[in-house]
Every structure is written in structure tokens, then in C-alpha cells.
Design a protein around this ligand. Structure first.
Ligand code: PBG
Length: 322
């Protein structure tokens, strides 16, 4: 035998020399759930270890994460039912607790990268990402709301705007609104290939944002489709997206690879709530060993081509790495 691949595996020192992929805290964006009320802290039942936090608790959490090397955060609001309406008015109200909290985060930690989600669902009495009329989601009318929402987030200090709504034309629309208002430096991370996935369940529990009727299949992509991701990504690149995201991550590693091979923009992958919950559940059962399965999961996402991983494991991973 001339070639013996095992020679490159014979010790930890050699294995680390030939290691092709490394996950580090530099790769992470940590999603956080914000509650109204400064000192609230409520665990999400279906996401053990993940809490909905009031702003004071969230500032503590961000401080701890920064010390661990996690520097980017995607902040989602938990919106009480009485704040919701058909047009998601609170999504662009600068006096809303979410917008005030964003401002406090940026004032307290200017070095942190703060990302925000653009979509109507957390603020909508219909629980949909767009305006609902007679059971249909109105695309072009929704853009106006999304533009206002993105602008209000930029005005509150957001560094990266993340349109997760999957309306046609939203990236270009939002880019124009931001630019017209002087926010040429605010980035857009487009949820380019966002699938109508069953893996968002725990997130919708956390935010209490499940659709009140119907599903999201007329705007989120069909899990059966790969090439369609290229249509979405082409449009987002043309419309000015700075990053392209694939979501979920684990069940869509082929799509991550596809976008990585076809675009020069950085590729992000969202390791979603249901993917996190699966690992936690098997760990609680004692059926899988949590730490190595988490590490292997994140590695697989990076190996598939993700430059950036949005993951609920971010803080835990950083703690273990220390
Ligand atoms: C809002 C949004 C969702 C997620 C991120 N932004 C839910 C949805 O589209 O229904 C899911 C994130 C996760 O599951 O971790 N549009």
C-alpha cells in the first residue's frame, strides 16, 4: 500500500494539522428573545437553556457573550397580543419597547453587531409575515410596512437588517428606503432561501407568533426545491443584499453548498429552533451525547459552506471552547 490515509490521523497533533474546517465564536450570530419588562427571564419550554429576557437581563447576557467572544446578536421581540394588529403597526413604532431596547444595546455595547428581523409576524394579529386580506398575503402592500420596519430598526441602531418575510422585491425596496434616509452603511442579510419548514415550531412558541390561520407556503419555499434557491439568491444579489442566508441549516446543507458555489457574497445559515430542540431533547433522554453532537452539527454547517452560523448554541459553544 503506497497510500495509507490513516497516517494523517495517527495523533491529535497531526489530526489538527490536517483539519479542514474549524468552527469558532467568530462565526456566530446569537439569536435573543426580548421581553417587555426590564427584569423578566422566562425559559422557552421547547428550547431548554434559551430564555426570553427583559432588557436589563439581556444587557447582562450580551455582556457575558462578548466576554466569551460572541459578538453578533439577532434580537427578536416577544410581542403581547394587545400590541398586535393587522398592519403590524408596532413593528415601526420608535417608542415601542423593542426599538428602545435596540438603542440601549447599541449605546451600551457599540462594539457588538446587532441584527434585526424584518417580517410582520411577531407584530401581526394574523401571525403572518405579510398583510392578510381575504385569506391571501398581499405582496406589494406588505413592502411598505417592511420598509418602515427596516427604517425604524436602522434608526434604533441596527447594524444588519434581516428580511425574513420572503415577499418578492423586499430586499431592493428596503435598500432604497435605507439609502434614501441616509442609512447607506446599514447592511442587509437576506433570508434568501427560507423554506416553509416544520423546524420553526419552538421559535413560534417563544414569540407566540404562529399563524392564526393557514400556513406560510405561499411565500416560504417548498422544501422539495433546490434550484429555486438560485432564483431567490440572484434577485437578492441584484437588489443589493450583503449576505445571503439559508434557513433552516441542517436539513438544507445542499442548499448552503449550492449558494456557496454560486455567489461571492458571504453565506449565512440559520441553525433554527427545531434543530436546537432536537439535540436538547435527545440529550435530556440520554440518547445522544450533547456536546459532541452540537460540535458536529455546527461543523457540518460550516463544512457545507456557511461563513456565518445563526445558532442558539452560540453561548454554550463559546463556554465549552474556553
Ligand atoms: C420570522 C422568523 C421566523 C424565524 C426567524 N424569523 C419564523 C417563521 O418564519 O415562521 C424562525 C427561527 C427559528 O426557528 O429559529 N419570520
Amino acid at each position: 500500500m503506497d497510500i495509507r490515509p490513516r497516517r494523517n490521523r495517527k495523533s491529535a497533533a497531526i489530526r489538527s494539522l490536517v483539519e479542514e474546517t474549524k468552527v469558532t465564536t467568530d462565526d456566530f450570530i446569537f439569536p435573543l428573545f426580548l421581553l417587555e419588562g426590564a427584569n423578566e427571564k422566562v425559559e422557552v419550554d421547547s428550547m431548554p437553556g434559551i430564555y426570553r429576557l427583559g432588557i436589563d437581563k439581556m444587557l447582562n447576557e450580551i455582556e457575558e457573550c462578548l466576554k466569551l467572544g460572541v459578538k453578533a446578536f439577532d434580537i427578536f421581540p416577544v410581542v403581547a397580543e394587545h400590541h398586535k394588529d393587522k398592519l403590524a403597526t408596532k413593528s415601526h413604532d420608535l417608542d415601542f419597547f423593542y426599538h428602545k431596547a435596540l438603542r440601549r444595546v447599541k449605546d451600551t455595547f457599540p462594539e457588538a453587531a446587532v441584527m434585526t428581523d424584518v417580517a410582520m409576524d411577531p407584530y401581526s394579529s394574523d401571525g403572518h409575515d405579510g398583510i392578510v386580506q381575504d385569506g391571501k398575503i398581499l405582496n406589494d402592500e406588505t413592502l411598505e410596512v417592511l420598509g418602515k420596519q427596516a427604517l425604524s430598526q436602522a434608526q434604533s441602531g441596527a447594524d444588519i437588517i434581516g428580511p425574513s418575510d420572503m415577499m418578492d422585491g423586499r430586499v431592493g425596496y428596503i435598500r432604497e428606503v435605507l439609502d434614501d434616509n441616509g442609512f447607506t452603511d446599514v447592511s442587509i442579510m437576506s433570508y434568501s432561501a427560507k423554506y416553509a419548514s416544520a423546524f420553526y415550531g419552538p421559535f413560534r412558541d417563544a414569540l407566540d407568533s404562529a399563524p392564526k390561520s393557514g400556513d406560510k407556503k405561499t411565500y416560504q419555499m417548498n422544501p422539495a426545491n433546490q434550484r429555486e434557491a438560485l432564483i431567490e439568491a440572484d434577485l437578492d444579489v441584484d437588489e443589493g443584499a450583503d449576505f445571503l442566508m439559508v434557513k433552516p441549516a441542517l436539513a438544507y446543507l445542499d442548499v448552503i453548498k449550492l449558494l456557496k458555489d454560486n455567489y461571492t457574497q458571504p453565506i449565512a445559515a440559520y441553525n433554527v429552533s427545531g434543530e436546537y430542540a432536537m439535540l436538547k431533547a435527545t440529550a435530556e433522554k440520554g440518547w445522544l451525547s450533547y456536546e459532541p453532537t452540537m460540535a458536529e452539527t455546527l461543523l457540518s454547517i460550516k463544512r457545507a459552506g456557511a461563513d456565518i452560523i445563526l445558532t442558539y448554541h452560540a453561548k454554550e459553544f463559546a463556554q465549552l471552547a474556553k
